[in-house]
Design a protein around this ligand. Structure first.
Ligand SMILES: C[S@@+](CC[C@H](N)C(=O)[O-])C[C@H]1O[C@@H](n2cnc3c(N)ncnc32)[C@H](O)[C@@H]1O
Length: 232
């Protein structure tokens, strides 16, 4: 995959605006060619979406909005009315992602948020969005995956049936989702830091699958976790 900044990608896409406007499939393909995305990841995401009835999708890591658009197109194909809420911590990336989503004509389906889900959760609880989240893609910064999964657990976004896909995932995250509840109880207590208010829900159990993406260079893998139960 070529490293391209969101500004570069947006500039490239806008240079083809007449051709791309309102055609999400073309936008996806154009990004894939320009950036050299691994299309196997797109297939895996689509496959997992088809296994559940998506109600609300949450993504951490918008960047240019590529995966959010991939998901939105698939939801449309599945005749699902689910929305995609994609979060990114960088304002300029959010702006670029919004512009790409608009180019794809998916602004009613994909909502780009600057920040993290906890800032919205009170409003989401009132409008019952929280319990309807059942598909989550972690596509941001691997070093934050475990902390953020525990936050999503604490915020009530992970319920029986919820699928969480962690892109390019290794290490502690896998140990955590694979561990028995008693191990996670101790882990969450030990890792309770003053600045970190979301310690996780140890009673959540997951069924996990790892899909390796062997290729050149760094071996990538995606971890798919399905919440099987919430014991407490
Ligand atoms: C690999 S890129 C995401 C690619 C994107 N899904 C796409 O298809 O274009 C990772 C993104 O995660 C964002 N990020 C990093 N830490 C984050 C966090 N804690 N929460 C949300 N986004 C974060 C970065 O700013 C960056 O835009």
């Amino acid at each position: 995959m070529t490293t391209r900044s969101p500004e570069e990608i947006l500039e490239h896409l806008l240079s083809k605006r007449d051709e791309l406007q309102g055609d999400a499939e073309k936008v996806i393909k154009e990004i894939e060619v320009f950036k050299g995305n691994d299309v196997r990841k797109r297939s895996l995401i689509k496959e997992e979406l088809h296994k559940i009835k998506p109600q609300v999708v949450v993504e951490l890591g918008s960047y240019i909005g590529y995966t959010a658009i991939v998901i939105a197109v698939e939801l449309h194909e599945m005749q699902s009315r689910a929305k995609v809420h994609s979060f990114d911590t960088k304002r300029e990336y959010c702006e670029a992602a919004k512009a790409v989503v608009e180019l794809a004509g998916l602004q009613d389906r994909v909502i780009i948020h600057e920040g993290s889900p906890d800032e919205l959760v009170e409003a989401w609880q009132k409008s019952h969005i929280v319990e309807r989240v059942n598909f989550i893609l972690l596509n941001h910064n691997e070093g934050n995956y475990l902390l953020d999964l525990r936050a999503l657990e604490s915020l009530g976004l992970i319920n029986p049936g919820t699928t969480v896909i962690a892109d390019d995932c290794h290490g502690d995250y896998i140990k955590y989702v694979d561990a028995p509840p008693i191990w996670r109880k101790k882990y969450n207590e030990r890792e309770k830091t003053i600045e970190y208010r979301f310690t996780g829900k140890w009673g959540i159990t997951y069924s996990n699958t790892t899909r390796k993406m062997d290729g050149e260079g760094y071996p990538e893998q995606m971890v798919i976790s399905k919440c099987t139960n919430v014991l407490c």
